[in-house]
Ligand binder design. Structure first.
Ligand SMILES: C[S@@+](CC[C@H](N)C(=O)[O-])C[C@H]1O[C@@H](n2cnc3c(N)ncnc32)[C@H](O)[C@@H]1O
Length: 369
């Protein structure tokens, strides 16, 4: 069918007959396909065929692969993936794009190897796939990434276009200025590499920022850590990433929260040896929702304000909301000092440091989730 209709300069078929969305006034930049692209849905169509080809080449897609594509749009990447893969499953939110893609593939040799799921990626139950290749809507970058990483069975790799700054945060290493909770959480579960920077003019309409393609390879097996606990600790540490752990854990509100968790755990897990109650791998299924609070397409929201009162002198006496027992404060500070954690700063801590820190807290019966 697509061969019978005209093709646009960038490979988009002229979509005669596809109705335009009802005028919201916010619709942007009609493409040669006749569709109007909605920035609110992250519709920035990759128009440069060389970039599309580079993504497909770098993905290492094999003829036996089932490929998941998130947000196929008008299908520029989809058509290239179909040439190489056994099957492509594409999840698309916008019914106009679904129609456009159906028309584009109809009557071609790829008609039966493309499955289109019309829905919101964050709500759809994912099918099995070997590889994910996608130019995604940037506003769901973080939950989307963690939904993929929580999916079982784990896929081989994901090659994803992100906003450049988000990509830099994903791949940042300890000591890099962009190193953050997002980097620590992602790299706990996957190896992450930057593949390609893509300028904004390769898209229509051009987004405000440059983009980058990143390769994500889930770790097999995933680390035996309770992810909710891990994230609780990492979130606390990166809340003030340039402060020492000693300064962070001396703060009244932090001590109060930890002590109340400590007491609850003691009550709930009465009879269990300290440190054993939470040692199995758990929480991975909650990844997407707990990473919702990581900002996806603008600045950072991970650092908190320094508005927390420190507990000075007698532990607990300076606290705003309640008392921390001196024994509890001494237990924490003693552990941090004797194990050499108190002078560390999360901005420079490697994954092994966080894992050791979590194990040390858990051994004291202290938990973060
Ligand atoms: C950046 S465009 C990419 C289009 C196409 N893959 C390309 O490279 O030209 C993102 C696409 O994701 C779709 N989309 C937005 N939010 C979505 C969601 N929650 N679930 C699935 N698709 C979504 C948009 O309608 C759009 O087609």
């Amino acid at each position: 069918m697509s061969s019978k209709k005209g093709k646009g300069v960038d490979g988009l078929r002229v979509a005669g007959g596809v109705k335009k969305g009802k005028g919201s006034g916010k619709q942007q930049n009609s493409g040669v396909s006749g569709l109007e692209f909605h920035k609110s849905k992250g519709q920035h169509i990759l128009k440069n065929p060389m970039v599309v080809q580079a993504i497909v080449d770098k993905s290492g897609v094999k003829s036996t692969d089932v490929v998941l594509e998130i947000g196929p749009g008008t299908g520029n990447l989809t058509m290239k993936l179909l040439e190489k893969a056994k099957r492509v499953v594409a999840i698309e939110l916008d019914p106009r794009m679904v129609l456009e893609l159906q028309r584009r593939v109809q009557g071609t040799q790829y008609e039966n190897s493309l499955q289109i799921i019309h829905g919101d990626f964050m709500k759809v139950q994912l099918p099995f796939f070997d590889l994910c290749v996608a130019n995604i809507p940037y506003n769901i970058s973080s939950p989307l990434t963690f939904k993929l990483l929580a999916h079982r069975p784990a896929f081989r790799a994901a090659v994803i276009m992100y906003q450049h700054e988000f990509a830099m945060r994903l791949v940042a290493k300890p000591g890099d200025t962009m190193y953050c909770r997002l980097a620590a959480n992602t790299q706990l579960l996957a190896r992450v590499n930057h593949l390609l920077k893509v300028g904004k003019n390769n898209f229509r309409p051009p987004p405000k920022v440059d983009s980058s393609v990143v390769r994500i390879e889930p770790r097999h097996p995933p680390p035996p850590v309770n992810f909710l606990e891990w994230d609780g600790l990492v979130r606390l540490c990166f809340g003030r990433k340039n402060k020492t752990l000693g300064a962070i854990f001396r703060q009244g509100s932090t001590l109060q929260a930890l002590e109340s968790n400590y007491k609850m755990y003691k009550a709930l897990h009465h009879g269990l040896t300290e440190g054993t109650a939470h040692s199995t791998s758990k929480g991975i299924e909650s990844l997407a929702s707990i990473m919702m609070d990581v900002e996806d397409d603008a600045g950072h929201v991970e650092e908190e304000d320094d508005d927390v009162m420190e507990v000075e002198g007698e532990a607990g006496t300076g606290s705003r909301k309640g008392k921390v027992t001196p024994e509890f404060k001494n237990k924490i500070m003693g552990m941090l000092t004797t194990q050499g954690f108190d002078q560390l700063r999360s901005s420079k801590m490697a994954q092994e440091d966080f894992l050791r820190l979590l194990a040390a807290f858990n051994a004291e019966g202290i938990h973060f989730a």
